[in-house]
Design a protein around this ligand. Structure first.
Ligand SMILES: NC(=O)c1ccc[n+]([C@@H]2O[C@H](COP(=O)([O-])OP(=O)(O)OC[C@H]3O[C@@H](n4cnc5c(N)ncnc54)[C@H](OP(=O)(O)O)[C@@H]3O)[C@@H](O)[C@H]2O)c1
Length: 327
């Protein structure tokens, strides 16, 4: 495993880290034993950074990570998120009282005195135009309840606005072979300000593992069944907002470029690591074998220039016209 600096935090995080949404819920049935096996295998392979949220399984994901930390002696850095417990999820809900309550709950779930990294959980755009809210986050740092804070954003515009706040240490954004726009303007700006970047949904919800087909079935409580058109949350979070059939066709073209020694998931993750502005990719995994497959993506050498160009060409022809402007 190789490590990269996470912005100005002083932490060196595994370039393949772990996304802990699926082990909480919204992806069909989960089994805590399998989830813990995936977490432990990740730590065995050098993963030291885990992304979760208070709403993943209503705290289940956070509690599994607390248990992981109890069971291991290695340093384990946990990034969580707050905001999505708000109902309705509106900008006004992002205030001192609510944020403090969310933080207290996460402290309890994570069995810690101080959260390593707290991220605002894809708040409405208006939140980024409320400097007083970032003062609240600074106060939480001063109180010692959080060490650092960052944001998880839906689109490039929010990301660019967020990094104007000097306390913002990290931006979590969707970035993968099907979501390339962040590399255009945002990555350069983030690098200039030494803001860490967490590349989320790196496998386009599994599409970029190459295992899905037109016949794949998803449980009714799996967002890949219930949120394809943005019925419950932003459409971009499910298959990166790419129409499923179009995505499958593009995956077949990408498959022909894949180096023989890699799995498709490793190819997709290695592509992300070609961008040095990225601190880490945070693939989700529900089983130890998936976690291992993903972590090993860090072991491969750089992709060839020709391969990178060919991936860019597939994106421009098949995906860009459909999604580029949205996020
Ligand atoms: N708003 C936000 O802030 C937000 C939103 C979305 C995600 N995130 C974060 O980003 C993380 C990653 O995104 P994601 O989980 O949505 O999507 P993802 O990482 O693109 O896809 C994860 C899914 O792909 C499948 N998979 C993973 N590794 C595999 C492998 N090696 N081989 C075959 N299949 C594999 C698994 O699903 P199956 O086994 O079921 O197919 C897994 O649940 C999340 O866990 C979460 O931490 C944050």
């Amino acid at each position: 495993m190789k490590y990269r600096e996470l912005g100005r935090t002083g932490w060196k995080v595994s370039e393949i880290s772990f996304g802990a949404w699926a082990i909480g819920g919204s992806w069909g049935d989960v089994d805590d034993r399998e989830s813990l096996a995936a977490l432990h295998r990740s730590v065995d392979l050098g993963v030291n950074f885990f992304d979760t949220a208070d709403v993943y399984g209503d705290g289940r994901s956070e509690r599994l990570l607390a248990r992981l930390r109890r069971e291991r002696s290695e340093e384990i850095i946990i990034a969580t998120k707050a905001g999505r417990r708000l109902d309705p999820h509106i900008a006004a809900g992002y205030n001192r009282e609510n944020l403090s309550a969310f933080v207290d709950r996460s402290l309890k779930n994570l069995e810690t005195e101080s959260l390593d990294l707290l991220q605002l959980h894809c708040p409405p755009t208006e939140v980024y135009y409320r400097p007083e809210l970032f003062d609240v986050l600074d106060d939480l740092v001063k109180q010692g309840k959080i060490r650092f804070y960052g944001v998880s954003v839906e689109n490039v515009e929010q990301a660019l606005k967020a990094i104007e706040y000097p306390g913002v240490q990290t931006v979590q954004i969707i970035f993968n072979m099907f979501r390339q726009r962040p590399a255009e303007l945002f990555f350069g700006e983030a690098k200039r300000r030494r803001v860490g970047i967490l590349a989320r949904v790196p496998l386009a919800s599994g599409l970029l593992t190459g295992k899905l087909t037109a016949e794949s079935k998803f449980a009714t409580d799996d967002h890949r069944a219930f949120n394809r058109h943005g019925e419950e949350f932003d459409r971009g979070e499910t298959f990166s907002g790419v129409d499923y059939e179009t995505g499958l066709q593009a995956v077949e073209e990408l498959r022909s470029l894949m180096p023989a020694e890699m799995t498709m998931a490793q190819f997709a993750l290695r592509w992300i690591l070609m961008f040095d502005a990225v601190s880490c990719a945070i693939p989700g995994a529900r089983r130890a074998a998936q976690a291992e497959d993903n972590a090993r993506a860090s072991d491969f050498p750089s992709l060839a220039g020709d391969t990178m160009r060919a991936i860019g060409e597939i994106y421009e022809r098949r995906i860009q016209p459909l999604v580029h402007q949205y996020w």
